[in-house]
Design a protein around this ligand. Structure first.
Ligand code: AP5
Ligand code: ZN
Length: 216
């Protein structure tokens, strides 16, 4: 099963993609996570990407396209993959079509997680991420058992540099302008599935699971 998760920042794409990955045994490919890893390692790519990420802007298409192209050729993508946070522009969507043609693959479903701006801001400003394993929490909706400590690995929880309210609003604006047009792009291809992302984590998961059971 080859899937794309589409939706504004903080819609819950990562949270749900992780569940899909665990249930169906296919890798979650998050361009945001890959870029943050490069930033943490201080690589050339990371240094370049950080400038854009901290402002809430998109990293240039050619950079992100290169990363995804390399990742999709890894053997663990053979049985399927979940693209989380990619594509985000029309140019990225077209580049993905090209890549998939070369690899003789196709996207089975695009899960569009719909959440309004105010809810997005509430979700992101209370988000905490594990510095060690990347697990994601929410101080109100999905709190860790112990303050500031990851349930899974005991790692320290931190707030992402781009999760300040002002940057979140900019990311939402960038989403509206560059990414929202992809909804139509995939709807026309007949592979788009809208999901009500305002439900609780379990409720959203039930909707997604039902879609995936139908198409698998
Ligand atoms: P990226 O890391 O992709 O961030 P994003 O798209 O803004 O998405 P988020 O990770 O913020 O949110 P999410 O939808 O995964 O929500 P989550 O599950 O965490 O990108 C960051 C930056 O990298 C970009 O700004 C850009 O600079 C760069 N970048 C990345 N990809 C790029 C690309 N393709 N091209 C160019 N640049 C790129 O949930 C959010 C919170 O809500 C959590 O606390 C969670 O616990 C909670 N939550 C989740 N679901 C629910 C629910 N149903 N109810 C209540 N709370 C919930
Ligand atoms: Zn952890």
């Amino acid at each position: 099963m080859n899937l794309i998760f589409l939706g504004p920042p903080g819609a819950g794409k990562g949270t749900q993609a992780k569940r899909v990955s665990e249930k169906y045994g296919i890798p979650q490919i998050s361009t945001g996570d890959m870029l943050r890893e490069a930033v943490a390692k201080g690589t050339e790519l990371g240094k370049k990407a950080k400038e854009y990420m901290d402002k809430g802007e998109l990293v240039p298409d050619e950079v992100v396209i290169g990363i995804v192209k390399e990742r999709l050729q890894q053997p663990d993508c053979e049985k399927g993959f979940i693209l989380d946070g990619f594509p985000r522009t029309l140019a990225q969507a077209e580049a993905l079509d090209e890549m998939l043609k070369e690899l003789n693959k196709k996207i089975d479903a695009v899960i569009n997680v719909v959440v309004p701006e105010e809810e997005v801001v509430k979700r992101i400003t209370y988000r905490r991420t594990c510095r060690n394993c990347g697990a994601v929490y929410h101080l109100i909706y999905a709190p860790p058992k112990e303050d500031n400590k990851c349930d899974k690995c005991g790692g320290e929880l931190y707030q992402r540099d781009d999760d300040k309210e002002e940057t979140v609003r900019e990311r939402y604006r960038v989403y509206k302008q560059n990414t929202e047009p992809l909804i139509d792009y995939y709807r026309k291809k007949g592979i788009l599935y809208d999901v009500d992302g305002t439900k609780d984590i379990e409720g959203v998961w039930k909707e997604i699971e039902a879609i995936l059971e139908k198409i698998k």
